[in-house]
Ligand binder design. Structure first.
Ligand SMILES: *[C@@H]1O[C@H](CO)[C@@H](O)[C@H](O)[C@H]1NC(C)=O
Ligand SMILES: *[C@@H]1O[C@H](CO)[C@@H](O)[C@H](O)[C@H]1NC(C)=O
Ligand SMILES: *[C@@H]1O[C@H](CO)[C@@H](O)[C@H](O)[C@H]1NC(C)=O
Ligand SMILES: *[C@@H]1O[C@H](CO)[C@@H](O)[C@H](O)[C@H]1NC(C)=O
Length: 256
């Protein structure tokens, strides 16, 4: 049942905003594909889902399979996470007899007794994608894909399939780290990346970002390639001006 319930999940910000860089990544990722395994982390098994619901804005995206280095983007993707009782209606079953219909309904009823449903809405400058995920009470920080996602981003032609898992790597009051993992299968390339989100608008303190980098590195998740968004990683204008001025003064002083 779980295999059947898994459907299509994709990552809009990668394939829309970051379409071209991601194409490079997936084109040459075949050699690492075999190595991507999506291990379950048990640290957030007893997560209170209310700690992660609500609105978040992206701070950094870590492209673990890419060698693109550090880049900045002007855009500011936001997500909203909420729990729901509403089950997406699946069109894949298509039972033809009443007996089959009853069978499907009883399987679904059992599934819904054992799982809770979550939605993740990605908003990138008004372009939306809605993810449908599910999890168990005893592993609340481990979310699996339930159904296709919809929205204007998901409808784009280059939108690639993602059928993997989303895991909470860190959930504290003001920030959240999610890891997206999909092992290569049926010709679909492996995908592995993490996203740091913040509750508050504006740049996150550097010490908190550094702590997240350390966390990822202890999990063997490379931070060498990352994409800074929502104004994070931008130079402080006053500080850099002051620095240039001081450098000039120093150069002048040492020359004379
Ligand atoms: C991908 O690999 C091919 C052949 O190995 C190479 O020609 C190409 O430049 C690589 N592309 C990237 C983006 O690294
Ligand atoms: C999860 O736990 C809550 C509280 O303990 C309980 O009310 C709920 O029925 C459980 N849900 C599932 C799907 O096991
Ligand atoms: C996705 O579909 C659901 C159900 O039809 C709808 O309520 C929701 O608004 C859609 N989401 C987006 C982002 O279009
Ligand atoms: C990280 O990678 C190193 C070298 O490949 C390995 O020895 C180590 O066990 C890995 N650690 C984890 C937590 O996977």
């Amino acid at each position: 049942m779980e295999m059947q319930a898994r459907a299509v999940l994709r990552l809009p910000w990668i394939f829309f905003l970051f379409l071209y860089t991601c194409a490079d990544e997936t084109a040459n990722s075949t050699q690492v594909d075999d190595k991507v395994t999506c291990d379950r982390d048990h640290e957030y098994d007893s997560l209170d889902i209310r700690d992660v619901t609500g609105k978040w804005r992206a701070v950094e995206l870590y492209m673990h399979l890419s060698k693109e280095g550090v880049k900045r983007y002007e855009t500011c993707p936001k997500i909203t996470v909420w729990e729901t009782d509403e089950i997406p209606h699946t069109t894949t079953f298509g039972p033809s007899t009443e007996n089959q219909l009853y069978h499907v309904q009883s399987i679904m009823a059992k599934f819904n007794q054992q799982h809770r449903h979550l939605r993740l809405l990605w908003d990138e400058n008004g372009h939306m994608t809605e993810y449908s995920l599910f999890f168990r009470n005893e592993s609340a920080g481990y979310w699996e894909t339930f159904d296709k996602q919809n929205g204007s981003l998901a409808a784009r032609p280059h939108y690639q399939q993602f059928t993997g898992t989303v895991q909470v790597l860190k959930a504290v009051k003001d920030h959240l780290v999610l890891n997206f993992c999909q092992a290569a299968s049926n010709g679909a390339p492996a995908q592995l990346y993490s996203v740091l989100f913040s509750r508050e608008p504006g740049p996150m303190p550097q010490w908190a970002i550094t702590a997240v980098h350390n966390l990822l590195q202890t999990k063997n998740l490379s931070i060498a390639s990352r994409r800074m968004v929502c104004g994070n990683g931008a130079d402080k204008p006053m500080l850099s001006l002051l620095f240039s001025f001081m450098s000039c003064v120093l150069a002048y002083v040492s020359l004379s």
